[in-house]
Design a protein around this ligand. Structure first.
Ligand code: HEC
Ligand code: HEC
Ligand code: HEC
Ligand code: HEC
Length: 177
């Protein structure tokens, strides 16, 4: 009986431990992905993202449309408004305790889609998909997109995964799938 209880306690501690570490992965910002993901041969994801509207999402909150929306809705500065930041900035989506070197100005950065990078960014982990996923990497699909691409956005356009993904795709031509 005592042994059984002891096992249960150990088991519970182990589970609690793994959940705690999963919550401790931190957001490090796109600059930390850049040195490895800026090579044309493997897809140059970083520079593709710089041209992708996601990296400019913070700028849109200061655009004439946003200011106009603010005037109609009594919001002085949409770029400081939580209701807008929640989709336009990775920084504002995450628990403040999990912010490492990520900046608000990055807008919707790599880690909004791929998960916090503090533990999967090391070369030994990154070369294995399985290890990377254990360390917080997310390989996203369309269910992720519709967390932001929905009618809660006052400027919503109908979302179609295939056509939208085609605009921001950043495949690695060398990856064997
Ligand atoms: C030390 C170099 C390095 C850093 C830093 C790095 N990566 Fe990687 N990453 C790799 C390598 C190598 C691969 C495997 C080859 C490939 O798919 O490009 C990889 C693969 C990936 C994959 C594909 C996973 C799969 O199997 O589909 C994603 C997504 C990814 N990295 C995202 C990121 C993000 C986001 C960051 C920053 C938070 C980052 N990486 C930082 C080297 C790195
Ligand atoms: C964290 C929220 C978030 C997620 C997740 C997200 N997006 Fe976006 N997306 C945005 C925002 C915000 C914009 C507007 C950027 C701007 O200000 O121009 C946008 C813009 C876009 C655009 C440009 C739309 C246009 O009208 O030109 C495309 C294409 C796009 N996203 C595709 C995707 C796809 C595909 C996925 C899933 C793989 C995805 N997004 C996931 C927030 C998100
Ligand atoms: C639910 C997530 C979400 C919220 C909340 C949100 N946005 Fe967006 N926003 C998006 C997405 C996604 C797009 C890209 C357009 C699309 O495909 O729907 C976008 C596009 C925009 C655009 C157009 C960018 C362009 O040039 O095409 C502006 C301006 C904008 N949002 C301002 C705001 C403001 C201001 C708020 C706060 C009131 C806000 N958004 C709240 C997700 C969101
Ligand atoms: C809007 C969401 C979104 C953003 C932002 C984003 N990605 Fe991705 N990324 C995806 C999706 C979706 C895939 C495809 C997953 C799949 O089905 O293989 C992908 C795939 C990848 C792959 C694997 C390519 C392959 O063919 O093996 C790498 C590497 C990668 N992303 C790195 C990055 C880096 C680095 C950044 C930032 C500079 C970034 N991504 C930003 C959604 C995103």
């Amino acid at each position: 009986m005592i042994m059984k209880k002891l096992f249960l306690i150990i088991f519970a501690v182990l589970i609690a431990g793994s959940v705690a570490s999963a919550q401790n992965f931190k957001y490090i910002g796109a600059d930390k992905c850049k040195p490895c993901h800026n090579k044309p041969a493997t897809g140059d994801q970083y520079n593709k993202w710089l041209k992708d509207p996601h990296s400019r999402a913070m700028k849109s909150l200061s655009s004439p449309e946003s200011i106009e929306w603010g005037k109609k809705n009594g919001v002085a500065d949409p770029s400081k408004e939580a209701k807008c930041l929640k989709c336009h900035s990775t920084y504002d989506q995450v628990d403040p305790k999990l912010r490492a070197t990520i900046l608000q100005s990055e807008g919707v950065s790599c880690e909004s889609c791929h998960g916090p990078g503090s533990s999967y960014k090391s070369p030994a982990v990154m070369k294995s998909r399985e290890q990377s996923i254990k360390m917080g990497l997310i390989v996203p699909d369309k269910n992720l997109c519709i967390k932001c691409h929905n009618k809660e956005n006052p400027f919503h356009k109908e979302f179609n995964y295939e056509t939208f993904w085609a605009k921001i795709a950043h495949p690695n031509p060398e990856a064997k799938k």
